[in-house]
Design a protein around this ligand. Structure first.
Ligand code: ATP
Ligand code: MG
Length: 687
């Protein structure tokens, strides 16, 4: 039982605890995931549980894969332990037991486009944005386990919403498919309404373990509740400080109220952090303390202080990428991760790394130029330059939908022989199309012809923006962002930004050529080879992971925290939890980067250092100061001054900086809130 030997007392207690319910509540890096894997091994190896009777639920497929490897390496014969995400477990269950709900085992899972099309067929008069709103709100209802019979005015106050939801459900059932939310809500329904199925499942899964429990939503919680019988050994592990998916319906309440929902819960806390060195941990603790809405936990390490993390201020995004590239010359790339708030930020890093020959991989998403919205736009631009480009034409003619299906497309391609393979000319002149397809082609022809007339030599960014807007691609991708928070519009903005340095007659072709070169160099390196690669990853995707060395980039107000989150305290606390998650990924080395300006909408915009940097105690970091600071020598405010603000009350100044134009002061109030102000524009008084 080697696997038990390194555990501390609390971990040992959790691993060997006989019974349930068990709640393991502990900070980052304290071994929660390790307890889950070791507990699985122990239950099989020492208590004689059949692997088949154990279900472990993780947050991502990647985490599930890692957990499987760990378990297999500890006990032989553990392959039959079921390790899945909530959604993949739900799909698995429905494929086997969905017949009583009228589902065939071959059902298809509808994606957002399918869902939108289905709603459109139910409410043909609704506008595109109304349809998206309905889709989003139906999905919200499913996350919250609300049915069309419930009062849903707090979700959507449209008088017909319940009816639309009802008809949507009926239609989906008729077709025999499911949407994403159904993968949780239908299994829950099966269990709560069908005694035979629920006793079968409860007698099969004698042990249920859930990792990252703080990010479960209402529907997932209820599914768990229905899977759990009186004798089930249920164990959940989580950290309220790491709850970062409220926008997807996750409820911190599920963790805070766990012992109310599962009476008799044994709560175990872990306090030793095994991942990070002392300074890193101190920073993480100091930052998260600014949140009022938390249980509060202690974490300590026996590892010693380790290296001091650093803060580096840079001129702009390009300089940031170059700085990081220069640091990557040393150290193990496989053990290095670069974190950012929005996917779009990967573009600059990718481009610099490609030029410097630094191998990288992106986790959880595609490389920038492989992303759907980017490929759509590039195809459209290529088609504007060359209307004989068949591949580009195929990609964009019916996206967003213009009524040109496969048959019409085949006809166009066939007929194009008569027009020198020029697809623009073909769609104008062909006589093979009728009805919707013909109308769609005219629409397409018109906007492409208009765009061809525009001058892009002065401002390519402006031109690309027009292309994205006029083609309907912007609306199309925006709707996906709203549904799943995918950041597609950010990516499109970033593509526009990246084009801003091209001008002159050949601006567009130069731009496309540069992109093409970037792309072809990716293709040369094979994802599967074992050259060490640095990891590029969004903060959200780093849950549960760890690296020796971590760079946290884009530490600027507006970017992180995102500007729309600054106003609302709850939202700001969620951003701060994301910061806490990010910091605690690092084992030994941590570096924050912040830029004085960023390109936004094709122009350099001044940015100010993230308020979160101001929450890092100076003793634990080596910071260079943002340049230009102290240029406000006649400043009336200085660090340590006591101040009063009409809205926030009394507090004291933690930091005085500037963004090159205005003085910025960071204040910590007695309420615990930390806010940044430009004193010139705010009612901040010295007291
Ligand atoms: P997170 O909240 O980030 O998911 P966690 O609580 O799940 O973190 P783990 O990933 O399980 O933490 O553990 C963090 C690191 O500490 C891992 O590398 C793990 O192997 C190591 N670790 C955990 N417990 C011990 C222990 N008792 N002795 C030595 N190393 C340990
Ligand atoms: Mg973990």
């Amino acid at each position: 039982m080697d696997y038990l030997s390194g555990l501390n007392d609390q971990q040992h207690k959790a691993v060997t605890f006989q019974g349930g319910p068990l709640l393991l509540l502990a900070g980052a890096g304290s071994g929660k995931t390790r307890v889950i894997t070791t507990r699985i091994a122990y239950l099989i190896d020492q208590l004689g549980f059949s692997p088949y009777s154990i279900l472990a639920v993780t947050f991502t497929n990647k985490a599930a894969g890692e957990m499987r490897e760990r378990v297999n390496s500890m006990v032989p014969g553990a392959e039959n332990v079921m390790i899945k995400t909530f959604h993949s477990f739900g799909a698995w269950m429905l494929r086997r037991n969905g017949d009583s709900l009228g589902l065939k085992s071959s059902f298809t899972i509808y994606d957002d486009d399918d869902v939108n099309a289905l709603i459109k067929s139910l409410v043909p008069t609704a506008s595109r944005s109304e349809i998206k709103q309905f889709a989003r709100d139906i999905s919200r209802c499913k996350d919250d386990n609300l049915s069309p019979d419930d009062n849903l005015t707090h979700i959507n106050s449209h008088p017909n919403f319940n009816n639309i939801y009802l008809r949507y459900e009926a239609r989906l059932k008729e077709i025999g498919n499911v949407d994403f939310g159904d993968l949780i809500s239908l299994p829950k329904k099966l269990l709560s309404t069908n005694k035979e199925i629920s006793s079968r499942f409860q007698s099969r899964f004698k042990v249920i373990l859930v990792d990252e429990y703080q990010d479960t939503n209402r529907a997932q919680f209820e599914l768990l509740q229905n899977l759990t019988g009186e004798d089930t050994w249920v164990c959940v592990v989580g950290d309220d400080d790491q709850s970062i998916y409220k926008f997807r319906g996750a409820e911190v309440r599920n963790i805070l109220d766990f012992d109310k929902m599962f009476p008799g819960t044994q709560v175990i806390k872990l306090e030793e952090n095994y991942r990070s060195t002392g300074h890193i941990l101190s920073i993480a603790s100091a930052v998260v303390k600014n949140n009022l809405n938390r249980l509060g936990k202690t974490l300590w390490t026996s590892k010693g202080d380790g290296l001091k993390p650093t803060i580096k201020y840079l001129e702009n995004g390009e300089a940031e990428a170059e700085f990081i590239a220069s640091k990557l010359v040393d150290g193990d790339l496989n053990e290095t991760a670069i974190l950012y708030r929005t996917n779009a930020q990967s573009r600059q890093l990718e481009s610099t790394f490609i030029r410097s020959g630094i191998p990288y991989k992106i986790i959880g998403t595609l490389r920038f130029y492989e992303r759907e919205e980017i490929k759509d736009t590039l195809a459209l631009l290529s088609f504007i330059l060359n209307s004989k480009d068949e591949i580009a034409f195929r990609r964009v003619i019916n996206k967003p939908v213009r009524g040109i299906g496969k048959t019409s497309l085949d006809k166009i391609i066939l007929d194009s022989r008569n027009y020198d393979n020029d697809y623009l000319e073909t769609i104008l002149k062909t006589t093979l199309l009728k009805g919707k397809a013909k109308k769609g082609c005219t629409e397409f022809y018109d906007f492409i012809s208009e765009l061809k007339e525009l001058d892009f030599t002065q401002d390519l960014g402006h031109f690309i923006r027009r292309v994205i807007e006029d083609s309907g691609l912007l609306d199309y991708h925006r709707s996906q962002d709203e549904a799943i928070g995918s950041g597609k519009v950010d990516n499109l903005e970033e593509l526009i930004n990246s084009s801003s340095k091209y001008s002159g007659d050949s601006a567009l072709s130069d731009f496309l050529e540069a992109v093409e070169l970037d792309q072809s160099s990716f293709n040369r390196d094979d994802e599967e080879d074992d050259t060490p690669k640095v990891t590029l990853i969004t903060m959200h995707n780093t849950k549960g992971l760890e690296f020796d060395r971590v760079f946290i980039t884009g530490m600027e107000n507006g970017l992180f925290p995102r500007s729309e989150k600054l106003e609302d305290d709850d939202e700001l606390e969620e951003e701060r939890r994301l910061f806490y998650v990010s910091i605690t990924r690092a084992r030994k080395e941590l570096c924050f980067t912040s830029c004085k300006s960023r390109i936004l909408h094709g122009k350099f915009i001044d940015s100010s250092p993230s308020i979160f940097l101001g929450e890092i105690p100076e003793d634990f970091v080596i910071g260079d100061t943002p340049s230009n600071s102290n240029s406000f020598t006649n400043s009336t405010f200085k660090r340590g001054d006591n101040v009063y603000h009409d809205d926030y009350g009394s507090g004291y100044i933690i930091k005085v900086t500037d963004n090159g134009k205005h003085e910025l002061v960071l204040v910590k109030f007695e309420t615990g809130q930390v806010k940044q102000f430009i004193p010139e524009f705010s009612p901040l008084e010295k007291i």
